[in-house]
Structures are given as C-alpha cells and as structure tokens.
Design a protein around this ligand. Structure first.
Ligand code: TMP
Ligand code: ZN
Length: 407
C-alpha cells in the first residue's frame, strides 16, 4: 500500500489511474516501444494529511538533461515570475549583500530579473537544456539536483542564502525531508524560504485530476506543510493563494518564532478544515467526481468523432498526459495537439501518441473543436485565438466539469 514519506504512517489510497507514461517524456515517432511506465496512484496520510503519489519513478528518469518544459512558455508566467522577483528582492532587504537561491530555476524565468538588477543569485536545476537558456539570460546556474551535499557546497562557496525560492519544485522532490534539511542548512538565520506549488484545495474544488502525474509527488495543503516543516523547526508565517497553474499555495517560511504568523495562515488552516480537505470522506467524494469527468469527457469526444467533427488539442501540457491516458484518448479522437514549445513539436504525446505540431497548424484549417489541455492559460489562449471562436470554433473543457464553450 505504501507509507507516508513524511511521517511513515500507512497511506490510504483514494485514486488510481493504472499504468502511466512520464508526463513530460514526448516520444520520437520511431521510439514508441521504449516508453517508461509506472503505476499512478494517489494516497493520503491519515496521520499528517500529506497527499502524495504512492510510487514515483527515480528523479534522474523524470528530469533528464533534455527535460522539455520551459517556465517562460507563457506571457502569464513571465509576468508572474517578474513580479515575485521584485518581491523576493524586498524580502532580502535585511541583508547588506542579498543572496537568492532558486531550486529548479528552469530557463531562469524568475532569476533573469534578479540577474538584470545585479542581485547575487544562484539557480540549481538538473535540466541542462533549460539551464543553458537561463545562462543566456545572464543567470548563474548550477546543473544539479538540489540536495544536502549541493546546499553545503553552495554555502561554503558563497555564504548563506537570504532567500531560497522554489516554484513548482518542492512538490517534485520525493525526499522532502532531505530537501528541507538542505534548505535549512543553506538559509541564513534570518533567511526566508518561499515556495509555491499546486494547492490541494484547488485540485479538489475544480476536480483537476490532471494535476496528478509523476512529477507532482506531493499535493500540499497548509495543514500538511506545517507538519512537514516541524523537524527543521521551520514554520509558515504567511501564505498567498495564487491564480496560476490552476491554483497554487505560496508559503513564506522562516525559523520558528522569528516572525509573527499572519492572519492569512490562520484563515487558510480553518478553511481547510471546513472544506473537508483533511478528511478521507472528502477525498473519496473527490475521487468519484474524477471518475465521472473521465467518463463524460471520453463519451463527448466519441460523440464528436461519430458526428464527423474534427477535434485537436491545445497545449501539450504535462497535465494532458494524465487526461489522455486516463480517459483513453488517442489520435483517433484528437487529431493532433498544438504547442509552442519547439522541444515537443514533431514528437508524439506520452502514452497516447498524439502528434504534437506547432501553433500554426491550429489554423490550417481550424478544427471544429479544440480540447483545451492548457486550461490554466485559458484567458491568454482564448484572447490569442479569438479568430477560431469568431469563425464558429468551440472549446472542449473538462475543468471544473465537461463543457463546450461557447455552448
Ligand atoms: P503549463 O500548463 O505546464 O504551463 O504548460 C503549458 C503548455 O502549453 C506548454 O507546453 C506551452 C503550451 N502553450 C501553448 O502552446 N500556447 C500558449 O499560448 C500557451 C499559453 C501555452
Ligand atoms: Zn504522514
């Protein structure tokens, strides 16, 4: 069944998708036979309430040097990271020569702003391709998985960090206690850890089952985050709810008792109790809604296919690997997926083997329906693709429920 990686209690399994491919492993058309598969199952810990994957593939397999995801792929996220960069600078003001470390800096979407401002910084990321783009933007990058040894080396060579930042990275690290010990060792006494990851409350509310895939090992609630920080005597002193990546929780963490704990922290913890986030019945109820959405989406696509309608996918997101593989959606139902990431184009989507084409293919000619896999970028995409809708095209949505828009 599996044990909680945070507190070792037996996990309660509430969601299971069967064998799945790696969500960001796009396949060369002549290499479909070599796909890595693993069991995607999600458990909750009834002792510390950490929701987590039961089995995870090794990090070297999930994040190879040619990992294709780019944080800067949308205007929305570029703006988001520029804004948090300024915020982190202000947070590090107490230091005479602030030093900011980002774990999982990817293509430097955040650190490029600090590099431009001349702030002392370091990005740590194992993905060589993304790191080399960061480097072109003047970002100082160490190509490595962040662990205690790397953190100790960074501290020895550059001194303690005033701010450690991790966006969509901490929830990727299976050895959470190791990562937290590494952060603890790297942070200055007055230092602050800021991390942001998909928020369990948003996943449950929106039935966003596509957030479950190999890279997301943990699905944080504030209740579980508090418990996971205890061994390092760290605590969350402030939180923000972010409207990116389908809803995220950003936590501001410092050494215990060092700063006043904000009202937002107390409010968020209370709301989690009320919304049955830390409640097995609530999670089983969520699981039944997931099954219904999976069935309805597949049925809708089969109906459109039977009616001779052309459907293409929009955004070859990591999340879409769960949707296509969990719902049984292949190239017979979705002709191709368009995506702006050059590293994904010309390949096939993981497991489902739907061809990935550049964005220009979308209008050549427009399909009848577009399945919006990149639903977290809906506003940006629908603005950009207004000609599609103006010409009678319609979006197929499945978050928070299966729908066609305009109806
Ligand atoms: P994300 O949801 O993990 O940020 O991934 C979004 C994916 O969608 C990424 O592969 C880039 C792609 N994308 C497009 O192809 N066109 C767009 O307009 C946007 C915003 C994203
Ligand atoms: Zn636990």
């Amino acid at each position: 069944m599996g044990e909680c990686r945070v507190c070792n209690a037996p996990l309660e399994l509430f969601l299971s998708f069967g064998r799945m491919p790696l969500a960001d492993r796009f396949v060369e058309p002549d290499r479909v036979a070599d796909e890595y598969l693993y069991d995607l199952a999600v458990g909750a810990c009834p002792a510390c309430w950490m929701v987590q994957l039961v089995d995870v593939p090794p990090p070297e397999v999930v994040f190879p040097p040619d990992y294709p995801y780019r944080s800067s792929a949308s205007q929305r996220m570029r703006d988001h990271f520029a804004a948090i960069a300024s915020r982190l600078r202000r947070l590090a003001r107490h230091s005479r020569d602030p030093f900011v470390v980002e774990i999982g800096c990817n293509d430097g979407a955040m650190l490029r702003t600090l590099a431009r401002a001349g702030v002392r910084h370091l990005g740590v990321d194992p993905a060589a391709g993304a790191a080399s783009t960061a480097h072109e933007y003047g970002v100082d990058v160490l190509e490595a998985f962040f662990d205690e040894e790397v953190a100790a080396r960074v501290r020895d060579e550059r001194g303690p960090a005033d701010v450690v930042y991790a966006a969509n990275t901490l929830c990727h690290i299976a050895d959470l206690h190791g990562a937290l010990r590494a952060i603890d060792g790297l942070l200055d006494d007055e230092g602050i850890l800021v991390f942001e990851d998909p928020y369990l409350a948003d996943i449950v509310t929106a039935t966003a089952f596509d957030q479950f895939y190999d890279e997301h090992v943990y699905y944080f609630s504030l209740a579980a985050v508090g418990r996971m920080l205890e061994p390092c005597a760290l605590e969350v002193f402030d939180v923000e709810h972010l409207d990116v990546h389908g809803g995220e929780l950003r936590c501001y963490v410092g050494r215990k008792g060092r700063r006043p704990v904000s009202e937002a922290v107390r409010r968020t913890l209370a709301a989690e109790q009320v919304s049955r986030l830390v409640d097995l019945d609530g999670l089983y109820d969520f699981s039944r809604r997931v099954d219904a959405v999976r069935r309805q989406l597949r049925e809708l696509l089969e109906e459109l296919h039977a009616a001779g309608r052309r459907v293409v996918g929009y955004g070859a997101t990591a999340k879409s690997a769960t949707v296509t593989n969990a719902c049984g959606i292949g190239p017979e139902l979705v002709e191709f997926v368009c995506d702006s990431t050059p590293e994904k184009q010309g390949k096939l989507t993981p497991g489902a083997h739907i061809p990935v084409r550049p964005p220009e293919a979308f209008a050549d000619p427009y399909p009848d329906y577009a399945l919006l896999f990149a639903w977290n970028h809906a506003a940006e995409i629908r603005r950009k693709e207004h000609d599609f809708e103006a010409g009678g095209g319609r979006w197929v949505l499945y978050i928070p429920e299966v729908a066609i828009s305009p109806p």
